[in-house]
Write a protein that binds this ligand. Structure first.
Ligand code: UD1
Ligand code: CA
Length: 448
């Protein structure tokens, strides 16, 4: 196998996004689009990886680090962008993959096919990845010769009517033989409708030098270019569809797959059931046999085997649920460990806490963890029982097996197996209600 280098172009202005943020930093499934692309590229184990950015794009450089970056001083076109990466590849004799940061859905298999297309036949200068989209819109068109090699790529703006009728489009992805890279790229000029240095010109340049360019075909879905927010939403749909399929193939049941949103790193165990309308942010690990009920929002959480979550639950970063924990409706958990079998079934906020094994947290329990400046911990022992509508004013420790009476505001530690009851004494006045009603009636009759 030849060694591979990858050049990823990301220096374009991204005007059509109408955004103050660089286009390649716009997120798909909670992750910048360029990171999706880079992680696919990494699977190819390239010897070199160079991301081409504009001078002001420090944010992009930070995002792609530790990947090497090259600066394109001015956005003069895709050809000039590749030229910016040439110094980094001086003397490189492998295969160079050129990829677009705004074409992030390409698969590993396609990249491998592209690289393989350059193997053997020394006369091939480049392999160009084409596709046949349903609507060829303003993509560049591939002019394919009778023998199947490529004559030219014509940009839409420069194309004749006849060329615009061609349905095979340029995806932008190419594999170029390293040996020819510098010579081809430095021969590009800007004599075209946009006065840009088009990377696509290398096809005709190669031909004039007696070299050939081949075509590989990819599918529309993976070659979607993201230029505006409509295409961004289309890309999101493609990614989500892929992840839903892999979640289901991996042994999770998604009752209504289209309404479940996953993250790139969502890990689901076997026999997990996910009900409709569940959103996974990054950093979620779900054990075996877990059921996540409808309308739950989960991020940065670990859910142990056999646990039940929701409906309408919110698990925030640092929520760690051990085996068989039960989290019910309208419960929010943040940065808390819930030990085996603990239950928080209704309408509670548990933050910066430990809830011991088999403890039961009653409806409406709130850990008051914040005084406006700092956060404090609540520690609830195993088997403790917290009555409904309890405020636990942290820092506070509830001992193992303790019981807290409903409606308590607990600000001092409770000993193991004790009862804490913080309530005003209940007062009964016999007959008071009846006397009250009679008095009201008398007053009403007097005035009418
Ligand atoms: C490009 C192709 C077109 C193809 C389409 C596929 C050229 C000339 N045209 O058009 O044939 O059908 O992609 O999606 O190659 N970039 C730079 N520096 C620049 C200009 C662009 O780094 O000076 C980067 C952009 O950030 C982007 C990529 O190159 O990631 C493509 O640029 P864009 O302007 O979107 O090209 P298209 O008009 O889509
Ligand atoms: Ca584009």
């Amino acid at each position: 196998m030849t060694t591979i280098a990858a050049i990823i172009l990301a220096a374009g202005a991204g005007t059509r996004m109408k955004s103050s943020k660089a286009k390649v930093l716009h997120q798909i499934a909670g992750r910048p689009m360029i990171s999706h692309l880079l992680s696919t590229v990494d699977e190819m184990q390239p010897a070199r990886k160079i991301v081409v950015v504009a001078p002001h794009m420090d944010d992009v450089r930070a995002e792609v680090a530790p990947a090497e970056t090259a600066i394109q001083p001015e956005a003069l076109g895709t050809g000039s962008a590749v030229a910016a990466a040439l110094p980094a590849l001086e003397g490189f004799d492998g295969s160079v993959l050129v990829l677009f940061g705004d074409c992030p859905l390409i698969t590993l298999e396609t990249l491998q096919d592209m690289a393989a297309g350059l193997e053997g036949d020394d006369n091939t200068a480049a392999v160009i990845l084409g596709f046949e989209p349903e609507d060829p819109a303003e993509y560049g068109r591939l002019v394919v010769a009778e023998d199947g090699t490529l004559d030219a790529i014509v940009e839409y703006a420069d194309a004749s009517e006849a060329e615009r009728a061609i349905r095979i489009c340029n995806s932008g992805v190419m594999a170029i033989r390293g040996r020819h890279l510098k010579d081809l790229i430095t021969s590009i000029d800007n004599n075209n409708a946009k006065n840009e240095y088009y990377l696509t010109s290398i096809v005709e340049i190669a031909k004039a030098k007696g070299l050939t360019c081949k075509v590989a075909m990819g599918d529309e879905e993976e070659l979607l270019g993201v230029n505006n927010r409509v295409q961004l939403a289309e890309a999101e749909a493609v990614v989500q569809k892929r992840w839903r399929v892999s979640a289901m193939m991996g042994g999770a049941t998604l009752i209504d797959p289209a309404s479940v949103f996953l993250s790139h790193d969502t890990r689901l165990g076997r026999d997990v059931v996910i009900e409709p309308n569940v959103v996974f942010g990054p950093g979620v690990v779900v054990g075996d046999g877990v059921r996540i009920k409808a309308h739950s929002h989960i991020e940065g959480a670990v859910i142990g085997n056999g646990a039940q979550v929701g409906p309408f639950a919110r698990l925030r970063p640092g929520a760690v649920l051990a085996e068989d924990v039960k989290i019910g409706n309208f419960v929010e958990i943040k940065k808390s460990d819930l030990e085996k079998g603990a239950k928080v079934s209704h309408l509670s906020y548990i933050g910066d806490a430990r809830v011991g094994a088999e403890a039961n947290i009653g409806a409406g329990t709130i850990t008051c963890n914040y005084d406006g400046y700092d956060k404090y911990r609540t520690d609830i022992g195993k088997g403790a029982f917290i009555g409904s509508n309890t405020a636990l004013v942290a820092p506070v420790v509830i001992g193992d097996g303790a019981i807290v009476g409903a409606g308590s505001t607990v600000a001092r530690d409770v000993e193991a197996d004790a009862l804490a009851l913080v309530r005003a004494e209940q007062v009964h006045k016999q007959g008071w209600a009846e006397r009250f009603r009679k008095m009201k009636l008398r007053l009403k009759n007097k005035t009418s």
